[in-house]
Design a protein. Structure first.
Length: 238
């Protein structure tokens, strides 16, 4: 008990220790995923989230303390998204040839994600705040939180829903695509980015560079479109 108390006190007084701990957990999780051939269930983010949650609970560390220590990682989300422009530029001709299918899939997927969350939330009787927090779950986390706040939802709740959605979609992506007998890397990647945003994009790049490129396109466009259509869908289905 004394050891746990000492560890808790140290982590609370030195929140930056959580930064090193988080990076270390991720490296171990990524190594474990590589060791099993990148099996969908061995998702590094899923493993890292579970381990960090256990550590936070065991040490009694609040999310505020943890967040203050890992702000630098949150800052890197922006540059990581911008870096998607590199494979996009390299595969621009392929993207341009598929402009019409991209537009159609984007519109259908984005509207379906928002409308289904709203309809299902009301069908099961969820409180309105939770339902509104669910609406932008298929947009990337930062954008989803901003959309949620503008609609009257709870941004913190939205971040949880968004990350959970992305992990589940990334884990099931390959198996679901095989079930549907879809082999085109562009189609797989676009579906990953549309439904699982950043986590799906990371998974898509592991599968194929073209899949990763299309996933990045879907991630960015869906974030923009979700911000536009969420208030419209909400107004129509009031």
């Amino acid at each position: 008990m004394n050891d746990v108390a000492a560890l808790t006190a140290w982590l609370s007084s030195s929140p930056l220790a959580w930064l090193a701990l988080t990076v270390g957990v991720w490296c171990v999780a990524d190594g474990a995923a590589a060791a099993v051939g990148r099996h969908p269930l061995a998702n590094p983010l899923l493993i890292s989230v579970v381990v960090i949650l256990i550590l936070l609970k065991a040490t009694g560390t609040s999310y505020a303390v943890y967040s203050s220590g890992v702000q630098f990682i949150e800052f890197l989300i922006g540059p990581a998204i911008v870096a998607i422009a590199v494979p996009l530029f390299r595969n621009w001709s392929t993207v341009k040839r598929n402009a019409l299918p991209i537009a159609a899939a984007l519109l259908v997927g984005s509207v379906t994600a928002v409308a289904s969350a709203l309809i299902m939330g009301r069908m099961v009787g969820l409180p309105e705040t939770i339902t509104l927090s669910l609406l932008p779950k298929s947009a990337t986390t930062g954008v989803a939180m901003a959309i949620s706040q503008s609609l009257g939802g709870e941004p913190t709740m939205t971040s949880t829903f968004t990350v959970t959605t992305s992990i589940i979609a990334a884990v099931l992506l390959v198996s679901f695509m095989r079930l549907l007998r879809i082999r085109d890397p562009a189609a797989i990647g676009f579906a990953a980015g549309l439904s699982a945003h950043s986590v799906g994009t990371a998974r898509a790049f592991q599968l194929d560079p073209v899949a990763g490129t299309f996933s990045g396109v879907a991630l960015c466009l869906n974030a923009i479109l979700t911000a536009m259509i969420a208030p419209i869908v909400l107004a129509i289905l009031r």
